[in-house]
Write a protein that binds this ligand. Structure first.
Ligand code: SF4
Length: 963
C-alpha cells in the first residue's frame, strides 16, 4: 500500500490550501509504516483534531455554506457513544453562540477507540435532534396499551413510584420490584441502587445476548468473557463478526487490522459471508451449531501432533483431578493425561467435523496447525453467534477456549486474556451490603447454572402464576420487539394483575413503552452520566460519559443543579433519577436506604452527581497524580478529556501474580490440589513451589475436568464436548421444506432497536430480507424480491427473498434489527424506521399483525423528514420465535427451525401470525429439559460462579434452598 504520488494539479491545490496536504512527510510515514508507531505517535498524527487547549474556543468554517467562509466558534466537550457496548469516545462540537450541539466526532484521547468511530457514533447527532423524541415525562390515560398519554411533572412520577416501592418493601414484598435493562453500561451504579433498597431486583437482557458464551468460558476459568489481544496476535479465530459488528466492535476491528498488518492470519466461522468473513484469510461456513465439532477436531490434531504447550498444560490445567476422576486405573502422569485426552476425542476426526459442519477436512487441519504454530499468540473470540443460537451453544465457547489453553495463550501477549484483567471496577461511596433475598422470577430453581437472569421466561412465569411484578421498570429495553415471543409479553403487559406499575425509562418511543404506565424520557449519549470501561485490548481504561450541554454550561459559569435543566425539554438521566427516587422511598432514613445515597463529603445531605463521580475518580490508579499535574480535580480532568488510561499492557499472565506475604500468613495449602486457603476462602495455588493467585475456580486452574458439572447433575459434560443443536440436520425434515433460520446477525449500521431514531443510519439500512443461496432459491423457484412465508413453531412471518452466494446452502438468514412498528393509536416515534401496523387478537391466544403502511415522508422541523425515499420498513421476525432456554446456560437459543413456503395469494408482505398457546407449550417442553437445584449442601447455585447483583452468601441464607 502507499499513497500515490501527488499529481500536478493536486500539488498546486495542496500548496494553495484548496485541499488538505496529504503528501507531507508525516502522512507518508503513517501510511508506510504505521505498525512501528506507538499509540501516542498515532494519536499525534490526528493533527487536524483540535488540541485540548483549544477545546473551549475552536473556530471552524461552516461546511454547509461553502464556498462562503463563515466561521463558527465551538466548545468541544468529550463524552462516549451509547449506540453499542464499546463506548467509544465522542466529542460534541457545541456552537458557542447558540449552545446547540452541531456534530460529534471521535475523541483521540480515548484509549479504546483512539479517535475512531463507526457510522453509529457521529449519528448521535440525528438522535438528539430527532423530531419524534420524547421530551417530557408522560403518564398513560385510559387503559394500558390504548395509546393515550398526558404530560406530567417529574415530581408526580417520582412521588407515585416511590410510594409504591416503599409500600412493597415495608410489606416485605421485595421480589415484586424489578428493574429490567436492555442497554447496560453504568458500571455498578445499579448494584448501588438496588442493593441499597435491599432487593434482588435486577433483570437483564443477557440471556438473549451473551450468556451462552459466558457460561462456556466461565466453566473453564471463572471469567465469563475473553479479551483477545488482536494487535499482537499471530493467528486470530473469530466465531463472530468483529470487523463489522461484534462486541467491542470498532476498538477490536482496529486491532484485528493492526494484527493483520503485522502478518497475523484471520479465520472466521460463520454460515454467512459477513463483511468480517470476507476480510478473512479463511472463511469457515460451518453448518449452524456444529462449530464445536470443528474446534474439537483442531484440538485432536494439536494433541496428536504435539503442538500443545506442555508447560502450560502441566501447570495450569487440573489434569490430576481429571485422571483421578475418569481414569483411576492409570498412573497420574502427564503422558497419561495427553493419551487420555486423545482417546476422549478420537471420534473428532477432521472427516467427522466435515460431515457435521461442511468445512473441508484439509482446512481444519491447516488451521489447527497454524494455531499450534501461533502458540501463545493465538487470539480468539466468540461473541453471540453460535454460542447464542444453539442448544448447547455454550459448548462452542468452551471448545474455543480449549484451543487457547492448549496453546498456552491464556492471558499471554498476543493471546486471549480474561476480560476482567482489562477492565476497571469502580469503588462507590457508602456501598450497600448484598441483599438477603433471592428472586426466583429471575433465577428459578430449574436453572441453577444459568449465567444470567431467565428474563426471556418472565412472561411465562407470570402467566403460570409464579409471581407478580408490582413495580417494574424497563430501561432502554424493548422485549415486545427484541425478545422472542413478543405477543406473550404484550398479553402480560396488558394484564394489571401481572404487572402492577410499568415505568419505561427510554430516550425514544418503542414497542414496549406503548404498554407502560409512565414513559420517562432519559438522555442519549451526550445527555447523561455514566462511566465505561471495556476490555478492548491489552490495557485498561476508564471513560466518562457526560451530559455535554451541562458541562458546557459549567465551563461558562452557569452550572445547573440537575441534568434535565441543561438537556432538551425535560429529558433527564437515570443516575439523578435513581438517587432522587431512593431518597423519596426513605425520606426520613428509617428504612436504612437513604444512608447509601448521602454525600461522602457533606454528611447527612443528598449526594450530588458530581460528588458520586469525584469519589470514584479519586480512587482510579494514577488519575489523582495526572490530574494534579494539570491543577485539576480528578472529576475536572475527566470532564476535560473524557477518559483516562489506567495501564497500557502490563496485565498479561495475571494468574502468575504472587500471593502477598500478608495474605499468606495463616494460610494453609490443600495437600490434594495445592490450593491455598485462608479463613475459609481460596486465595491462590502453589505452582512449582511458588504461591500465585491463579484463576477463580475451585482448582485455581483452567478446569479441563469440571467437578461442578458432575455435582450439578450434568456428568456427561464434565469435559469439553460437542452438543448437537436443536436445529441439527438430524432434527430437520428437509422433505417438508424445513431449514435453519439464522436470525442473529447485526447490520453494521444498526443496533437492536436503538438506532431507528438516526436518519442517516436508517437511510443506509432499512430492509431485512431472507438471505438465500442460489441453489435453494432455484429449488423453490424464488428470485430476489419474491415473497416467502417463514413458518416457525408458533406462527409465521412473510418476508422477501434476497438471493446471494453469501449464504451457506441449506440455511437462510434474516437481520434482527429491522421490522419496527407502531399502531395507528400510538404516538409518532422513530418514523424513519417504523411501519404502521394493525394488531388483532382473537381472545384465545391467536394474534395477527399486518402492515397498514410502510415508511413515508412527513412534515417536521427536520427538512430531511420530507425527503424520505425508502418505503419498506422490513418485517418483525423475533415475535414469531418461541422461547428456547438452554437447560444449562439459560441462553435463549436463537436459531429457528423454519418451514419455507410460498405464501397464499391473499397473504401479504409483513403479515405475521402467532399462537401464544403454542409458545407456552414450547416453553414447557424446554423447561422439561432442565435438572433443577439443589446442589451440594442445598446451594441454589455453585458458590464460585459469579452472579449479577450477588446476594448474601452466608450459610443458611438466601443462597441455600430450605427443603
Ligand atoms: S463501535 Fe460504533 S456504535 Fe459502538 S460505541 Fe463505537 S462508535 Fe458507537
Amino acid at each position: 500500500m502507499g499513497y500515490k504520488k501527488a499529481s500536478f494539479i493536486e500539488n498546486i491545490a495542496e500548496k494553495i490550501g484548496i485541499i488538505p496536504n496529504l503528501h507531507k512527510e508525516k502522512y507518508q510515514e503513517f501510511d508506510n509504516d504505521m505498525r512501528h508507531f506507538t499509540d501516542e505517535e498515532v494519536a499525534q498524527l490526528y493533527e487536524n483534531f483540535p488540541p485540548p487547549e483549544k477545546w473551549n474556543n475552536w473556530v471552524e468554517y461552516d461546511p454547509k455554506v461553502w464556498p462562503k467562509k463563515k466561521k463558527t466558534t465551538y466548545q468541544i466537550v468529550p463524552t462516549t457513544c451509547f449506540n453499542c457496548e464499546s463506548a467509544c469516545g465522542l466529542t460534541a462540537f457545541i456552537d458557542k453562540e447558540t449552545q446547540e450541539v452541531k456534530k460529534f466526532e471521535g475523541n483521540p484521547y480515548h484509549p479504546g477507540s483512539r479517535g475512531r468511530n463507526c457510522a453509529k457514533g457521529p449519528a448521535t447527532i440525528n438522535q438528539i435532534t430527532d423530531p419524534d423524541r420524547i421530551l417530557y415525562p408522560l403518564k398513560r390515560k385510559g387503559k394500558r396499551g390504548d395509546g393515550e398519554w398526558e404530560r406530567i411533572t417529574w415530581d408526580e412520577a417520582l412521588d407515585t413510584i416511590s410510594a409504591r416501592i416503599r409500600k412493597a418493601i415495608m410489606e416485605k414484598r421485595h421480589n415484586e420490584i424489578a428493574y429490567h435493562v436492555g442497554r447496560p453500561g453504568h458500571e455498578k451504579f445499579m448494584n448501588w441502587i438496588l442493593q441499597g433498597w435491599g432487593i434482588d431486583g435486577h433483570n437483564s437482557h443477557t440471556n438473549i445476548c451473551s450468556s451462552g458464551a459466558r457460561f462456556g468460558y466461565n466453566i473453564w476459568y471463572g471469567y465469563d468473557r475473553p479479551s483477545p489481544d488482536h494487535a499482537n496476535a499471530k493467528f486470530i479465530l473469530l466465531i463472530s463478526a468483529h470487523l463489522e459488528s461484534g462486541h467491542y466492535f470498532n476498538p477490536h476491528a482496529q486491532r484485528i487490522i493492526e494484527g493483520k498488518m503485522k502478518g497475523a492470519k484471520l479465520a472466521t466461522m460463520d454460515p454467512r459471508l459477513s463483511n468480517t468473513a470476507s476480510m478473512s484469510d479463511y472463511w469457515l461456513p460451518t453448518y449452524p451449531g456444529t462449530e464445536a465439532a470443528v474446534l474439537l477436531a483442531m484440538v485432536k490434531i494439536i494433541l496428536e501432533e504435539g503442538l500443545y504447550n506442555r508447560e502450560y498444560l502441566e501447570n495450569w490445567t487440573n489434569w490430576q483431578e481429571y485422571l483421578k476422576a475418569r481414569h483411576s486405573d492409570k498412573a497420574i502422569t502427564f503422558e497419561n493425561y495427553i493419551a487420555a485426552m486423545i482417546a476422549e476425542y478420537k471420534e473428532f476426526t477432521p472427516e467427522f467435523a466435515e460431515k457435521e459442519s461442511g468445512v473441508k477436512a484439509e482446512t481444519t487441519i491447516e488451521i489447527a496447525r497454524l494455531i499450534g504454530e501461533a502458540g501463545e499468540r493465538f487470539a480468539s473470540h466468540n461473541w453471540r453467534a453460535a454460542a447464542a443460537s444453539n442448544l448447547g451453544g455454550w459448548a462452542v465457547a468452551r471448545c474455543l477456549h480449549f484451543l487457547t489453553v492448549l496453546t498456552g495463550a491464556v492471558g499471554a501477549k498476543g493471546g486471549t486474556s480474561p476480560n476482567s484483567w482489562n477492565k476497571f471496577s469502580p469503588t462507590q461511596p457508602n456501598p450497600p451490603k448484598p441483599q438477603k433475598v433471592w428472586n426466583e422470577l429471575h433465577f428459578p430453581k430449574e436453572y441453577p447454572l444459568a449465567f444470567f437472569e431467565m428474563s426471556q421466561l418472565l412472561p411465562h412465569f407470570l402467566k403460570e402464576g409464579r409471581g407478580f411484578m408490582d413495580v417494574y421498570f424497563s430501561r432502554v429495553f424493548n422485549p415486545v420487539w427484541t425478545y422472542p415471543d413478543g405477543f406473550t409479553w404484550m398479553e402480560m403487559f396488558q394484564d394489571e394483575s401481572k404487572f402492577g406499575l410499568h415505568t419505561a425509562l427510554t430516550p425514544t418511543w418503542n414497542e414496549t413503552a406503548f404498554y407502560a404506565d409512565f414513559v420517562l424520557p432519559m438522555g442519549l449519549a451526550s445527555e447523561r452520566h455514566d462511566i465505561n470501561s471495556y476490555a478492548t485490548h491489552g490495557g485498561t481504561w476508564v471513560a466518562f460519559r457526560q451530559p455535554v450541554l451541562r458541562e458546557a454550561a459549567r465551563r461558562n459559569g452557569n452550572p445547573v443543579e440537575y441534568t434535565y435543566q441543561a438537556n432538551p425539554g425535560e429529558v433527564w438521566e437515570e443516575d439523578e433519577f435513581w438517587i432522587e427516587l431512593s431518597w423519596r422511598i426513605d425520606p426520613d432514613g428509617s428504612m436504612g436506604i437513604r444512608k447509601h445515597f448521602e454525600s461522602p463529603y457533606r454528611p447527612g445531605e443528598k449526594i450530588k452527581i458530581g460528588e458520586y463521580y469525584q469519589y470514584i475518580f479519586e480512587r482510579v490508579k494514577g488519575l489523582p497524580e495526572t490530574a494534579k499535574k494539570e491543577r485539576l480535580t480528578e472529576l475536572e480532568y475527566m470532564q476535560k478529556y473524557g477518559s483516562f488510561e489506567i495501564e497500557k499492557g502490563e496485565s498479561y499472565k495475571m494468574n502468575e501474580k504472587p500471593v502477598s506475604e500478608d495474605k499468606l500468613e495463616g494460610s494453609v495449602v490443600d495437600p490434594v490440589n495445592n490450593v491455598i486457603r485462608k479463613d475459609g476462602k481460596d486465595i491462590g495455588v502453589m505452582i512449582n513451589g511458588k504461591a500465585v493467585v491463579g484463576f477463580p475456580t475451585p482448582s485455581r486452574k483452567n478446569e479441563f475436568y469440571s467437578q461442578t458439572m458432575v455435582d450439578w447433575k450434568w456428568p456427561e459434560y464434565a469435559t469439553p464436548t460437542y452438543i448437537k443443536s436443536h436445529i441439527h440436520n438430524d432434527t430437520l425434515d428437509k422433505s417438508k421444506g424445513e431449514y435453519v433460520l439464522i436470525p442473529t446477525f447485526r447490520l453494521p449500521t444498526l443496533i437492536h432497536s436503538r438506532s431507528s431514531n438516526a436518519k442517516w443510519l436508517v437511510e443506509i439500512s432499512n430492509r431485512n430480507p431472507i438471505w438465500m443461496h442460489p441453489d435453494d432459491a432455484a429449488k423453490w423457484e424464488f428470485k430476489t424480491g419474491d415473497l416467502v412465508k417463514m413458518n416457525t413453531d408458533i406462527g409465521y412471518f412473510i418476508d422477501k427473498v434476497w438471493v446471494t452466494q453469501g449464504m451457506k446452502p441449506g440455511t437462510v438468514a434474516c437481520s434482527h434489527h429491522i421490522g419496527r412498528w407502531r399502531r395507528p393509536q400510538d404516538e409518532a416515534g422513530n418514523r424513519w424506521a417504523t411501519n404502521t401496523v394493525n394488531i388483532e387478537g382473537d381472545g384465545k391466544g391467536g394474534w395477527k399483525m399486518n402492515t397498514i403502511s410502510g415508511i413515508k415522508p412527513y412534515e417536521s422541523d427536520d427538512k430531511d423528514s420530507k425527503r424520505i425515499f425508502w418505503k419498506d420498513g422490513g418485517v418483525h421476525q423475533n415475535i414469531t420465535h418461541a422461547v428456547h432456554p438452554d437447560p444449562i446456560s439459560g441462553m435463549h437459543c436463537w436459531h429457528q427451525r423454519v418451514r419455507i413456503e410460498k405464501p397464499d395469494s391473499g397473504e401479504k408482505y409483513g403479515d405475521i401470525f402467532v399462537d401464544t398457546n403454542k409458545s407456552h407449550e414450547i416453553y414447557k417442553e424446554w423447561m422439561a429439559m432442565t435438572r433443577p437445584a439443589l446442589g451440594p449442601n442445598g446451594e441454589r447455585r455453585p458458590l464460585w460462579f459469579k452472579r449479577a447483583f450477588t446476594p448474601d452468601k452466608s450459610e443458611g441464607g438466601c443462597y441455600y434452598i430450605k427443603e
